[in-house]
Design a protein around this ligand. Structure first.
Ligand SMILES: *[C@@H]1O[C@H](CO)[C@@H](O)[C@H](O)[C@H]1NC(C)=O
Ligand SMILES: *[C@@H]1O[C@H](CO)[C@@H](O)[C@H](O)[C@H]1NC(C)=O
Ligand SMILES: *[C@@H]1O[C@H](CO)[C@@H](O)[C@H](O)[C@H]1NC(C)=O
Ligand SMILES: *[C@@H]1O[C@H](CO)[C@@H](O)[C@H](O)[C@H]1NC(C)=O
Ligand SMILES: *[C@@H]1O[C@H](CO)[C@@H](O)[C@H](O)[C@H]1NC(C)=O
Ligand SMILES: *[C@@H]1O[C@H](CO)[C@@H](O)[C@H](O)[C@H]1NC(C)=O
Ligand SMILES: *[C@@H]1O[C@H](CO)[C@@H](O)[C@H](O)[C@H]1NC(C)=O
Ligand SMILES: *[C@@H]1O[C@H](CO)[C@@H](O)[C@H](O)[C@H]1NC(C)=O
Ligand SMILES: *[C@@H]1O[C@H](CO)[C@@H](O)[C@H](O)[C@H]1NC(C)=O
Ligand SMILES: *[C@@H]1O[C@H](CO)[C@@H](O)[C@H](O)[C@H]1NC(C)=O
Ligand SMILES: *[C@@H]1O[C@H](CO)[C@@H](O)[C@H](O)[C@H]1NC(C)=O
Ligand SMILES: *[C@@H]1O[C@H](CO)[C@@H](O)[C@H](O)[C@H]1NC(C)=O
Length: 607
């Protein structure tokens, strides 16, 4: 693959986590460099019996990585359902948003009726006009009703075409008195003759309106994030494309109280932050008074915090204590629980237990976590997150030979710093695709798609990673991530180099513009463009957003030509990158590309 171009859509039509291997110790530290060794050592891995490695074999992503241990069958690989020959009809209902507030006025449901070969109930393309008579019509429309299971009230009665998805139906809140617990809802579908029946369930939250703190919802259709807080006086919702780092607290929130680092951070273009707890406090959380002081500033700047509970989330007392402290903050964006639970092999139920507790304490905010492994107990760990981050760090690694441990790396053995990676920038986009595919294949009772975010490598010069990525590499990974559906970007770790800090802030601002969000949060990515490489295409009708990421490290003189799904008539706007793109004969072309060049363009679609 030479370069990556995705069409991001048609308008109106169509942690990081550094790793510090401590010599001679059978553990991996993932956290800040400044971590006291004593504390680090006390966080030794508890290899639970749920995993295949014997207790004396340290693992990462289930794989033994020390030369004194052998490869083993790690287990935990994603089990894809077996496709069957006959078509099934997979009927699902989901609320459009993860939460509604009672002053939203009304809500909507997403109804899917997809022909599937893995999930759903038997489908025969026949519906009989008259009972007893042997003349049938095609079964092309599903009639359905949606009910509130708590009180039996009918919410929607309508129909959708067979094999359609993303159908929206409004409902009023009259049968949903606002409350903190979710309501159960069900969909019942039938063929026109009533002979074939289908059903599915889901749950929805209709919460009391807010006058303090924040409320944050996920769009279950396109994956965007929407906020209501003091910054819009609790009226309606505004979208946010998060772009921000995991931050070294001693740098951005210095203990002698200086606002300059945080103000600089915001000026650089970042709109979210995850302050990494340093593990130094007895509770391994933050100094409360100090964080409160800085959080006042974050509220003033409307800088959103992903509150990090990596050291607290496996202890329900600590979760309760910390939620009580911060749940009313105007710039609380989401709770962040597990940092690489799959790498550490935390208890398989740990993320879901924390999730359930958080939803009870505070249903107003999503829960997020990051997975480090390519394929290790996805179902279990991801069940504890509304938003799933990936953190594949591919830059300057040796993907086949473990530098710190001196062993080969493969699917059953070794740790090369990026699980099952090739050591290419595209490992980031491949990982996003992998996690999305797992999620889509979980089946009934699960959310079909969860927003994926990317944690991009902005560190290096240590054990697995020989050098810090260049700003070109970081921007290229940003483009790859967005092209593959990432709905938020973060970095391990801020501060990085000056170039990376500035470049990731600048480029990130592009995704925060209303123009780009209209595509990213309002359309689906069109995959598989016919180009020598990759392109992102989002089509909203008259216009199309295209994201291009060169896959070559070296400059090229050759003319690039992107074959788009429809002919384009001109370039409306170059939002980022070189402006020498042109439209020629309905195609997007450019003469020559710089190594790792990225571009974001809005194109006009031919009438
Ligand atoms: C794995 O390696 C560790 C560290 O050298 C050693 O203590 C342990 O006995 C080994 N276990 C097995 C099963 O080889
Ligand atoms: C009913 O229609 C099917 C398919 O067209 C045909 O195979 C079958 O023989 C018919 N049965 C009767 C009783 O007419
Ligand atoms: C059902 O049959 C009709 C008529 O042959 C056809 O147009 C339609 O595509 C079929 N639908 C499915 C899902 O097979
Ligand atoms: C159902 O829709 C999918 C996606 O649009 C399409 O690939 C597939 O061919 C359709 N199946 C039938 C039976 O029409
Ligand atoms: C559904 O609700 C939305 C938002 O209130 C509104 O814009 C839209 O027109 C409604 N659709 C229908 C079919 O009533
Ligand atoms: C916060 O509100 C102000 C004033 O309405 C607005 O200019 C600013 O863009 C908002 N900030 C964010 C991050 O939405
Ligand atoms: C806080 O400490 C840092 C490092 O010790 C120093 O550079 C900075 O000037 C101090 N800031 C204030 C406001 O005292
Ligand atoms: C959980 O945290 C509380 C409060 O910090 C502490 O007292 C308790 O010992 C912890 N429990 C466990 C099992 O670590
Ligand atoms: C947050 O709001 C809740 C509900 O109003 C209240 O009970 C709680 O005391 C508040 N917490 C803080 C820290 O202000
Ligand atoms: C969670 O899993 C751990 C380890 O397997 C087990 O000891 C514990 O009982 C489980 N907790 C619950 C509440 O299921
Ligand atoms: C990885 O390490 C092996 C063994 O030292 C070496 O042969 C290979 O060239 C290295 N590959 C890269 C990409 O550095
Ligand atoms: C991975 O490498 C180890 C050590 O060389 C070897 O024993 C094992 O068979 C390899 N696994 C696979 C799947 O190739």
């Amino acid at each position: 693959m030479l370069w990556n171009v995705w069409l991001l859509g048609f308008l109106s039509l169509v942690a990081c986590v550094e790793e510090t291997a401590i010599a001679g110790q059978d553990l991996r530290m993932r956290g800040l460099k400044q971590w006291p060794l004593g504390l680090a050592a006390s966080l030794s891995i508890d290899v639970s019996s749920a995993f295949n490695a014997p207790a004396d074999v340290p693992t990462w992503c289930g794989k033994p990585y020390m030369s004194s241990n052998h490869s083993l069958d790690l287990g935990g690989q994603f089990q894809f359902p077996t496709p069957q020959q006959n078509p099934l009809l997979y009927v699902t209902v989901q609320p459009r948003y993860s939460i509604f507030l009672d002053n939203d006025g009304s809500g909507s449901f997403i109804v899917d009726a997809a022909i599937s070969h893995t999930f759903g109930q038997a489908y025969k393309n026949a519906s009989y006009d008259t009972p007893g008579k042997n003349t049938s019509n095609a079964f092309t429309t599903l009639d359905f009703e949606i009910y509130n299971e708590d009180n039996g009230e009918l919410l929607v009665s309508n129909s959708v075409p067979i094999n359609s998805t993303g159908n929206l139906f409004n409902f009023t809140f009259s049968s949903f008195p606002p409350r903190f617990q979710p309501y159960q809802i069900s969909i019942y579908g039938t063929s026109p003759d009533g002979q074939q029946t289908y059903s599915g369930t889901s749950q929805i939250y209709v919460l009391p309106a807010r006058t303090y703190g924040s409320a944050v919802k996920i769009d279950n259709l396109y994956g965007g994030l929407y906020v209501q807080n003091a910054n819009n006086s609790y009226t309606g919702w505004y979208s946010i494309f998060p772009n921000g780092g995991y931050a070294d607290g001693s740098y951005v929130l210095p203990s002698n109280i200086s606002y300059t680092p945080l103000e600089t951070y915001v000026q650089q273009g970042f709109n979210t932050i995850n302050v990494v707890p340093d593990g130094g406090a007895p509770e391994q959380s933050y100094d409360t008074e100090q964080l409160a002081t800085y959080w006042d500033l974050m509220d003033e700047l409307n800088l959103f915090n992903l509150y990090d509970m990596r050291f607290a989330f496996q202890n329900s007392t600590r979760i309760s204590d910390q939620v009580a402290l911060w749940q009313n903050r105007s710039t609380l964006l989401m709770w962040y629980t597990a940092d690489e639970p799959d790498g550490w092999a935390y208890a398989l139920n740990s993320t879901k237990l924390a999730y359930d507790q958080l939803k009870e304490l505070d249903p107003y905010h999503p829960v997020s976590l990051v997975l480090n492994c390519q394929d290790f107990y996805y179902k279990e760990y991801a069940s504890g997150g509304d938003v799933i981050f990936e953190d594949a760090y591919p830059v300057a690694i040796n993907a086949t030979w473990s530098i710190p441990w001196g062993t080969p790396c493969n699917t059953t053995y070794g740790d090369c710093g990026c699980d099952n990676c090739l050591g290419e920038l595209a490992d980031v986009s491949t990982r996003l695709d992998d996690l999305e595919t797992y999620q889509e294949n979980l089946g009934p009772g699960t959310i079909g798609r969860k927003p994926g975010w990317a944690v991009l490598q902005a560190f290096g010069e240590q054990d697995y990673w020989k050098s810090i990525p260049s700003v070109q590499e970081v921007e290229n990974m940003m483009m790859l991530a967005v092209n593959h559906g990432a709905k938020g970007l973060t970095y391990w770790i801020y501060p990085s180099t000056d170039e990376v800090n500035v470049g990731s802030g600048e480029f990130g601002k592009v995704f925060q513009t209303e123009t780009v969000k209209e595509f990213l949060f309002g359309t689906d990515v069109i995959k598989g463009l016919a180009v020598e490489g990759e392109a992102l295409c989002l089509d909203i009708g008259r216009q199309m957003l295209v994201g291009v990421a060169s896959g070559q490290y070296v400059d090229s003189e050759a003319t690039v030509s992107v074959q788009l799904p429809v002919a384009v008539s001109g370039i409306e706007q170059v939002l980022y990158g070189d402006s020498s793109w042109a439209v020629d004969n309905g195609k997007l072309t450019k003469s020559g590309m710089k190594g790792l060049e990225v571009s974001v363009l809005v194109l006009d679609v031919s009438a």
